[in-house]
Design a protein around this ligand. Structure first.
Ligand code: SAH
Ligand code: SF4
Ligand code: F3S
Length: 441
């Protein structure tokens, strides 16, 4: 009897870091079920897309992909849609793309092994656990792609229901993972040689240890004190739940990176109210003041939405003023995109797209100027970077500082820095989005 042919899969991931990390767990699960990952759709028996629906454009990508590959169906390939579009659209996906045989949201990944058997048997499978589920996707089969820095999910889902956001509908209710289990994974990663850990959640600040042992700040500190771990990052923080104890932990534990991503979305109280963000501008600025009073200089980054329904020119000006007031190290700006199920869908999306485009480009231009000036403070500083790669065309190495700034640098004569190592680099040129310098021996 001949051996069964190897089952193969291709997986493409869209969206945020949580999706990227879920994909590492999905890959680990599939490999443990006897599948082999392949780098192209052409080579794969099973084609999976781990999708994002945060904005309309992100959602369209998955349907464009599925249309592109319609012709491959004839070759007997199977298709599956995972992630946030899967959870949002559910079985409607089978109507729109009839050749799809698996639709599975993130709260159902633990059932993947059973679903794989169903689709291999030629049936359709759906995993659409909604906001009722208490389960987390903890698996011993995580196939991390980078051997030096890795993610750990500490909380899944979101209960905030910001007016514009699909996440509470696509990722379900908030559920935290036990802090002992998080720390065990951190130690395991350190044993494997990892030196950087990034703790993930849609809102890490609302972390509640099910065993009641540690607050988020205590967990953060404990991960930072794990022998072998040199850098710990965390994302994303919600201003409402952001406590001063987080800054105290950064002050006390050197391994906690001096960077906080604290999305504000708007600089106007009217818009913050309409967005149901649950904090005022003053409360947000109080948190910024805590960061600015920290012992180490903390880099501060944020997300902003322009063109939310009802955003006046004066509201937008208030957002621009906030950029100046905080002096962010980086800002991700987005045009408001109406999303299914969200409360703001009921509001008229009255700001024309050209105006959203204009506001976004004004915001980006202003922020670029702020970074151009702000980054000059690094000129002449010697900073520690973790080496991430090489740009052979330019004869440079690429690394990242604790503040999360990209550093392009030339190695010292005769020295070849290894990927994943830490080295000191002197900043000789400071650009808005990166630093340039030379390795110090
Ligand atoms: N949980 C995180 C971020 C989730 S999504 C938080 O609360 O900050 C990442 C960013 O996408 C958000 O911060 C927001 O700026 C943006 N975003 C979310 N929904 C959006 C929408 N409907 N239109 C435009 N931008 C959106
Ligand atoms: Fe979305 Fe708000 Fe939850 Fe962030 S906190 S994921 S923006 S609902
Ligand atoms: Fe997108 Fe889902 Fe993340 S909507 S941003 S992949 S939580």
């Amino acid at each position: 009897m001949s051996a069964e042919p190897q089952k193969t899969f291709y997986l493409e991931t869209f969206g945020c870091q949580m999706n990227a990390h879920d994909s590492e767990k999905v890959i680990g699960t599939l490999v443990s079920e006897g599948y082999q990952q392949v780098p192209t759709v052409e080579e794969a028996g099973l084609v999976l897309y781990n999708t994002c629906s945060i904005r309309d454009k992100a959602e369209q990508k998955v349907f464009n992909r599925l249309n592109d590959y319609k012709k491959l169906l004839k070759q007997g390939k199977k298709f599956g849609v995972l992630g946030c579009v899967a959870q949002q659209e559910g079985e409607k996906i089978f109507g729109r793309a009839p050749y799809v045989s698996l639709v599975c949201g993130s709260a159902s990944y633990r059932k993947l092994p059973e679903m794989l058997i169903q689709i291999e048997a030629g049936k359709r499978a759906t995993g659409l656990d909604d906001r009722q589920t208490d389960e987390c996707f903890e698996t011993e089969f995580t196939a991390r792609t980078n051997p030096h820095r890795g993610y750990i999910t500490i909380i899944e889902g979101c209960d905030k229901f910001c007016a514009y956001c699909v996440v509470p509908f696509t990722r379900g209710k908030e559920r935290s993972r036990g802090s002992d289990s998080v720390l065990a994974e951190a130690r395991q990663m350190a044993d494997l040689g990892y030196t950087e850990i990034q703790l993930l959640g849609q809102n890490v600040n609302s972390y509640r240890d099910p065993a009641g042992k540690r607050t988020f700040a205590e967990l953060l500190a404990a991960v930072g004190e794990t022998p072998g771990i040199r850098r710990v990052r965390f994302t994303t923080s919600h201003p409402r739940d952001f406590g001063r104890d987080i800054i105290e932990a950064i002050d006390a534990v050197p391994a906690l990176c001096d960077h906080v991503h604290l999305p504000v979305q708007s600089g106007s109280n009217n818009v913050l109210d309409a967005m149901q963000r649950l904090y005022s501008l003053d409360q947000y600025l109080e948190r910024i003041a805590w960061m600015k009073a920290a012992r180490r200089e903390i880099s501060i980054t944020s997300d902003m939405i322009v063109g939310f329904p009802g955003e006046t020119e004066a509201d937008f000006e208030a957002t621009l003023a906030l950029l100046d007031e905080v002096g962010y190290d980086s800002v991700f700006g987005f045009k408001y995109s109406p999303r299914p199920n969200t409360p703001s869908l009921k509001l008229e999306d009255a700001i024309p797209d050209e105006e959203k485009v204009r506001r976004l480009s004004v915001l980006n231009e202003k922020q670029r100027e702020i970074q151009k000036k702000g980054n000059q403070r690094h000129l002449g500083q010697t900073l520690e970077v973790m080496v991430e790669g090489q740009n052979s065309a330019r004869g440079q190495w690429v690394g990242r500082t604790s503040q999360n700034k990209v550093f392009n640098f030339t190695a010292a004569e005769g020295r070849v820095p290894s990927i994943g190592s830490y080295t000191s680099v002197l900043a000789t040129v400071c650009l808005p989005n990166s630093l340039v310098g030379e390795m110090v021996v």
